[in-house]
Design a protein around this ligand. Structure first.
Ligand code: ZN
Length: 339
């Protein structure tokens, strides 16, 4: 009951990449960079274990960004000529690469870090990949001319990598779909189909993470426009509940999502976001347990896991790990309370 896990990314050490920012430039190159990524991956696992996290991840220490880390290993993409694009329905502008031909994997994407992670922890291991809809919304299309067609092409590549990750010994494959909270109509039309294509044939646990984004200014400003109650989940959860994906990771702590919406995820494991990633105040275990108290009215206790609201890449390291320790202590408290 109340196993703990992370949404995905963790801050990188200062010797690996510039701290406290998204898309942080690497601090080394070549073989030195590969060594630094390896060391940072092992360190991230150790720190999660010490914090008391049950299902650990590589903290995305080997990727500069959760989407582009995947795209870098895909053929048919021009990284040399990035263009500015409004993403998540123009919430912010980003310089994105362009799809200029049929996409194909150059080889394995995350084999190195997945095998390193598997070799260095006995705990359950989760591995994150960007979801097909979110990829399609974070890249400029100069080839397919059709968003759905392009998303399905990426879903096939994601599936190949996911199946290989399972063979590497990963226990959970999670697809990150922040775009699901923006294009709710398309989620029902094709987003879930693309997601299921990405997860096809997996026998390990499958998950999808749907949040309101990293704690960066563009997201904080966007949230301020969403009104008193955030009901985006209400539109997509009934369709997700019917999907083959087993776990859904959602944002709860300090958000305006009504807890009752979690009740729409019948039959799914729910990864309840009990740690805010948009603020530096470290939660108390009591505050984590208070999120459980709300969620348990709508999610059966045996189906509830505790998680962070989103990735922690742009945060300060000491704060991020203090928050993970609070998450684990809060879970302990909740176990004692609801055992
Ligand atoms: Zn997120």
């Amino acid at each position: 009951m109340f196993e703990t896990t992370i949404a995905g990314s963790l801050p990188k050490p200062g010797w690996l990449a510039e701290p406290n920012k998204l898309w942080a430039p690497w601090r080394a190159e070549g073989a030195e960079l590969e060594d630094a990524k390896r060391d940072a991956t092992i360190l991230a696992l150790k720190e999660q274990e010490d914090a008391g996290i049950d299902i650990v991840g590589d903290g995305e220490q080997s990727r500069q960004h959760f989407v582009h880390g995947f795209l870098e290993r895909v053929e048919g993409i021009d990284f040399a000529h990035k263009v500015e694009m409004g993403i998540r329905a123009d919430r912010y502008k980003a310089m994105v690469p362009q799809v200029i031909g049929p996409v194909r994997l150059k080889g394995r994407v995350h084999q190195t870090e997945a095998r390193i992670a598997r070799a260095h922890t006995r705990r359950k291991l989760k591995f994150t990949l960007p979801g097909p809809m979110t990829i399609s919304d974070t890249i400029a299309d100069r080839h397919y001319g059709d968003k759905v067609k392009m998303a399905m092409a990426f879903a096939e590549l994601l599936n190949a990598e996911a199946l290989a990750l399972e063979k590497d010994g990963v226990d959970v494959v999670q697809f990150d779909e922040p775009a699901f909270n923006v294009f709710m109509r398309e989620v029902k039309e094709w987003g879930i189909t693309a997601l299921e294509r990405a997860a096809q044939g997996l026998s390990c646990t499958t998950a999808v993470h749907i949040c309101y984004g990293y704690g960066i200014k563009a997201n904080v400003d966007w949230k301020a426009t969403l009104g008193q109650e955030w009901r985006q989940y209400e539109e997509i959860f009934p369709a997700l509940a019917k999907s083959k994906i087993q776990q859904v990771s959602v944002e709860c702590r300090n958000s305006r999502v009504p807890a009752s919406l979690l009740g729409l995820l019948q039959g799914k494991d729910v990864l309840v976001g009990a740690i805010d990633v948009a603020g530096d105040t470290v939660e108390t275990p009591e505050e984590v347990a208070a999120v459980v108290e709300e969620a348990i009215k709508y999610v059966p206790r045996e189906r509830m896991l505790l998680c962070t609201n989103c990735g922690m890449a742009p945060m300060r390291r000491d704060i991020a790990y203090a928050k993970l320790a609070a998450l684990a202590k809060g879970a302990e408290l909740a176990r004692a309370r609801y055992a």
